[in-house]
Write a protein that binds this ligand. Structure first.
Ligand SMILES: *Cc1c(COP(=O)(O)O)cnc(C)c1O
Length: 343
């Protein structure tokens, strides 16, 4: 069993959070004179629900979790930062993360002056759970995992993650930003089994709302309470709450986008394999494909000149001469392939 009180920074455990007007009075009334709001310009004159219950009720239904197991943030960026600020004493504690993986984990750790220990994946981007566990010490509070992983695109073995969740006496974050594109069930199903598990998901990818900035963290009620203590009281504005809520009624539309991307993914992969300068096309469980080419820098610049932007991952561990390509519309994918044939 993990001892949450021992894991959390003492000042956060003891923190008395800001109590806003909307926290103090819950329910319906006809006259609101408690929050110094302007009585005109409704509905935007009112502070939004700090816990976003209407939106969380919908998410809870779709994801089959309790609404009290959800924290919403300004993109996944917010819970990534908050989980570090809740658990890691700057200059003292550290975190462990698989490499290569999503860049924000390192940036957030750096901003908070928390050491980030990078543990290389195997050459095929699979994880070595022993190596991850061995990298931890008595000051390691968090292990970062990302599945399907960015930039490699592969799912991380469930058995390996289960071993890490069981043997590590700290928080394990599993970032599932690309879960909608993968064939495996989500770790959300196992939240109640692992009190140290934090699952991240987002509306930025499959739901097509990257510009709206709304990310989700799922965890035990105790961990979600800590997020709620530390987050800005009104961190999700009413425009975002209402817009995301409206989009959640369009699950069929979202599924049609995901289906189209999943249909295009193997077609794009096959076409890429036929290109002379492409040396390897990595398997993908996400909405992007990592490829190794003869010279990534030259290929990247050539594509920029063609008006096509891909992600150059050349300077990243295990990704020498690799480009990360998002699966686009059939037309966009065709334009990319036609350009690559001309190089
Ligand atoms: C794109 C992505 C996210 C999403 O970040 P947002 O801040 O929610 O837009 C999170 N994690 C990974 C690994 C990603 O690639």
């Amino acid at each position: 069993m993990i001892n949450l009180e021992k894991l959390v920074r003492p000042n956060i455990w003891a923190l008395k959070p800001y109590s806003c007007a909307r926290d103090e009075f819950k329910g319906e009334a006809s006259v609101y004179l408690d929050a110094n709001e302007n009585p005109y310009n409704g509905p935007y004159n009112r502070y939004p629900d700090p816990r976003q219950w209407a939106l969380k009720d919908k998410i809870a239904k779709i994801k089959d979790v309790r609404r009290t197991q959800i924290m919403l943030g300004n993109g996944s960026d917010e819970p990534i930062d908050l989980v570090i600020r809740i658990f890691c004493e700057p200059g003292v504690d550290n975190v462990v993360g698989m490499e290569p993986s999503y860049g924000m984990y390192v940036v957030s750790a750096d901003i908070n002056n928390v050491a980030y220990k990078r543990v290389p994946l195997n050459d095929d981007f699979s994880i070595d759970p022993e190596r991850m566990l061995k990298a931890t010490d008595e000051h390691t509070k968090i292990i970062w995992c990302c599945s399907p992983n960015n930039p490699s695109g592969n799912l991380i073995s469930k058995d390996a993650l289960r071993k890490i969740l069981t043997e590590f006496q700290g928080i394990v974050v599993i970032d599932e930003a690309y879960a909608d594109f993968s064939s495996e069930p989500s770790w959300l199903n196992e939240l109640d089994q692992y009190p140290n598990l934090v699952v991240l998901q987002t509306f930025s990818k499959a739901w097509g709302m990257a510009s709206v900035r709304c990310g989700m963290a799922f965890a035990s009620e105790t961990i979600i309470d800590l997020f709620n203590k530390v987050k800005y009281p009104y961190n999700i504005n009413i425009l975002t709450q209402e817009f995301v809520s409206k989009q959640l009624d369009q699950t069929k539309l979202k599924q049609s986008w995901v289906n189209s991307i999943l249909e295009q993914r193997p077609i794009l992969a096959e076409e890429l394999k036929k290109i002379a300068i492409v040396e390897k096309v990595y398997p993908s469980d996400a909405n992007f494909i990592l490829i190794k080419v003869k010279n990534a820098n030259i290929t990247y610049k050539f594509l920029v000149n063609e008006g096509i932007i891909v992600r150059n991952r050349n300077n990243i561990l295990l990704c020498n001469d690799c480009l990360r390509i998002t699966v686009g519309t059939p037309e966009e994918n065709k334009l990319l392939i036609e350009s690559l044939k001309r190089i």
